[in-house]
Each structure stands twice: as C-alpha cells, then as structure tokens.
Write a protein that binds this ligand. Structure first.
Ligand code: TXA
Ligand code: MG
Length: 327
C-alpha cells in the first residue's frame, strides 16, 4: 500500500469500523477520526472522544463522486459540477441529507457535509469498508488539527481503536466547505481548494464571508488553537512585538514573515514562515504544535495575503487568536 500502511492494516481498520470502533485515518488535508457513518453509537463515541458538543455536524467521507446520491438528495447541477471537478480532493459539499445519514452525524440538521478525500490510504479504507465514514479532524475539540499519525497518537492515545499512518498530510489545512444546497454556492469555510479554483470552474465570482464572521454550526471564534496565546500584528511589527513580550517575561514563539528571514529576534523560539502558501499551509499546524512543545506561552504572528491558500491560513490564524472559552 504505502511504506507505512499495508493491505492487512486496511482490512483491520475496516473491521474496526464494522465493529463500531474508531479509526484515525490520513487524508490529504488533516487526519480524521473516523466511524461508520450509519452507526449512531459509533458516531456518538466520536463526540465523546473529541469532547465536541453533539450539535456540531460531521463530514461524511465517501469513496467516489458516483456514490454521492447514496447519501444526499436534490443535488443541484452546480454541486455536481464541483464534485466532478474537485473529487477526490479537499472540497466538502453541504447538501440535503439522504435517509442513510443519521441525525447524530449532522447535529440534527437536514443537510449533510460530504467529501471524497484524495489520499490512497483513505480511499483504500473506504473501498474495503464499503460504506461512508464520518470523520472530524482527529484532535480534541478546539485544538490544532493533526497532520501526522504521531500528532494523533500524542493527542488521542488509547481513545482511538486503530491509527492508520499515511505519512504527513500534503495540504495541511482542512477542506473548503461549500454550501451547495442552492443554485448559488457559498463558501462556509475556506480550505484546501481555493476560492479562485472554484470560481474558475463555476464561471462566476463567489461571495466569501469575512473570515472573522464565518458562522456555521461548529465554528467557534476560538478554534484550531495551540496552548500558547496567539497575537496577530502587522508583518513589520512582528519582531518589535515579540521582543517586547519576551522582555516582559513571556516565552515568546515567533512566526517570522518570509521577508524577514534571517533577521535575529530575541525570543524563545522562531519559525520562519515559508513564502509559498502551499508550504505554509502544509506546515502551519506543525509549527503551532512545535512552539507549544518548546513551552512558548505566547505566539506572535502576522496574516498572509488573503488570496489562494492564504485565505484558509489567515482564517485558521484568526481563529487560533480568537477569544478562548473561560473554563
Ligand atoms: O479536511 C477536512 O474537512 C477534515 C478531514 C478529516 O476530512 N475534516 C474536518 O472536520 O475538518 P471537522 O469536523 O473538524 O469540521 C467539519 C465542519 C464542522 O465544524 C462544520 O462547521 C461543518 O464542517 N459542517 C458539517 N456539516 C455541516 C452542515 N450540514 N452544514 C454546515 N456546516 C457543516
Ligand atoms: Mg476540526
């Protein structure tokens, strides 16, 4: 199969799903925590393991675009066009729920989010299993999504019955979620498929809600957050802000903009952000985890230009910097 995953791992994982267990699986975006979509008790365990409120809907992963009508109904022509063009890939379509999808998976909604992941291990599992797999990102509620199997093991440990290792995720940020229930699709969450890519296929411009105001079920102001507090400033202020906070006694981690690469910073830890957005997206969650690992209590970063993958990166950084629940 791959260097890390063998055919018998896939068979074993499919058996775990059939028995109502949880399997962590690699996708091209982030690792997912998967259960049989048609098994309400298994789906309930996902919420329990993640500590996620049951009203937050999940994504159903399927093995191919030709299976779409098994799971949803009333598919508009635009949705079909997007599915044919971008699947397998980092695009999730929200459509009207079909009877196979239990309300436990949709947080009680009459719509369901569906996607075909573009990863050989995920596709092999879906093919061996035969059904749909509901999978949120395989992290505890509100924290940083995992992009390696080690991240999953470190965060969820024995709470997962089986971890499929498919290596580091290539895209690194979650899928783009598009509400495709109507004739005019809207972007609910920017992600791995860019707005520009979608517009090129649709032939018309898409409205993108201001990233800080995106409001769909399961999207809180604070999400994708490391333990360290995240502060966003203008790129030219990153160094001064970081040094001042370090001076005040913080253990500061810095996301140094690529234009300042090599500039010395008096801080606890420094990550020089890649200039190419695809490399930045791929590394983003790993950088946040690494600064946590090094014991930083404050991360100073700036936002990339919000075009292409920069839109998704900026969305995640804003959420990481959002107000934290006081628990
Ligand atoms: O790349 C991804 O999308 C990853 C991989 C594992 O596929 N999955 C992922 O799942 O990011 P999760 O659960 O972390 O985020 C799914 C989000 C929910 O938070 C919610 O905002 C949205 O999808 N969603 C799901 N069903 C929806 C629905 N019926 N209507 C609107 N939004 C929905
Ligand atoms: Mg998530």
């Amino acid at each position: 199969m791959t260097a890390r995953t063998h055919d018998n791992d896939i068979e074993k994982a499919a058996g775990v799903l059939r028995a109502g267990g949880l399997v962590a699986l690699p996708t091209e975006t982030v690792y997912g925590l998967g259960a049989n979509a048609e098994d309400p008790a298994a789906v309930a365990r996902i919420f329990q393991v993640k500590g996620r409120p049951p009203s937050h809907p999940l994504i159903v992963h399927i093995g191919g675009a030709e299976q779409l009508d098994d799971w949803v109904q009333d598919v508009p022509a635009t949705a079909r066009l997007l599915a044919e063009h971008f699947w397998p890939g980092p695009l999730t379509l929200v459509l009207r729920r079909g009877p196979r999808v239990p309300l436990e998976a949709t947080g009680g909604l009459e719509t369901v989010a569906v996607r075909v992941p573009d990863h050989p291990v995920a596709l092999a599992l879906l093919s061996a299993f035969g059904g749909g797999v509901t999978a949120p990102s395989a992290n505890r509620f509100g924290s940083v999504s995992p992009t390696t199997a080690d991240h999953v093991r470190a965060e969820l440990g024995d709470a997962v019955d089986f971890v499929l290792d498919g290596g580091p995720c290539e895209v690194g940020v979650e899928s783009t979620i598009v509400d495709a229930t109507g004739d005019v699709p809207t972007i609910l969450r920017p992600g791995g498929v860019t707005r520009e890519d979608l517009e090129a296929v649709l032939g018309f411009p898409l409205a993108v809600p201001a990233t800080s105001r995106v409001r769909v079920p399961g999207q809180h102001p604070s999400h994708y957050a490391p333990r360290a507090r995240v502060v966003l400033v203008e790129p030219e202020k990153v160094v001064a802000e970081a040094e001042q906070a370090q001076e005040l006694g913080h253990r500061v981690g810095v996301f140094l903009p690529p234009s300042l690469s090599g500039v010395p910073v008096r801080a606890h830890a420094v990550v020089t952000v890649p200039g190419a957005m695809s490399a930045y997206a791929q590394g983003l969650y790993g950088f946040l985890r690494e600064l946590d690992r090094q014991g930083c209590d404050l991360i100073v970063a700036s936002l990339p230009v919000e075009e292409g993958l920069g839109l998704a990166i900026a969305n995640r950084l804003r959420r990481a910097a959002g107000p934290r629940p006081t628990v």
